[in-house]
Design a protein around this ligand. Sequence first.
Ligand code: AMP
Length: 226
Amino acid sequence: MNVLMFGPNGSGKGTQGAILKKEYNLPHIESGAIFRENIGKGTEIGLKAKEYINRGELVPDEITIPMILGRLQQDDCKNGWLLDGFPRNKEQATKLDEALKASGLDLSIVVEVILDREIAKNRIMGRRLCANDNNHPNNIFIDAIKPDGDKCRVCGGELSTRSDDQDEEAINKRHGIYYDTETGTMAAAYYFKALAEKEGKIKYIILDGAPGVQEVTAELMSRLKD
Ligand code: AMP
């Protein structure tokens, strides 16, 4: 099963992705997490990507596209994957579609989480990252997932903020890219939506990201069984 996740930063896309990953036992390929790992290790990709990420811009396609298409060729992706954070523009969508067709692979499910831009911004600024697990949800502005004091509510791990999460200008820039229906991430989502309508092989699920995590998960699970 090959799954694509779309949703603005702050929509809970990563959280729902982690749930799908567990449900279907899929590797969760997150482009943003791969970049952060590279930055942490000081690799060449990390050094190149850092300045773009801190400005809230997309890392150029010539770095991102081969990095992700290469990752999908690794052994753990043989029986499927869940891709999150890629594609983020039309060019990436086209290249992914071409790569899938060239390998004889189909997308099974595309999930698009929709959320109002202002709500998404507040959620980002409240987000805290657990040192032990990237997918432990903690947010100081959401009651259901408030950290335990200054520690992770799931495992008690140390929490930190992502530097690009506290920069309002960078958030606005990231959302500008996401909500752009002509060339941005919404254009990439619409590309696959049109494909789903045309070819009928892809299940395209639109999820309202406004309710709490559990409600959104319940809705996702029920839509998957439709
Ligand atoms: P995320 O964790 O998904 O919010 O990604 C953090 C940052 O990594 C983004 O703001 C971009 O700068 C960069 N990034 C992640 N995915 C992509 C992508 N598909 N294309 C270009 N840049 C990306």
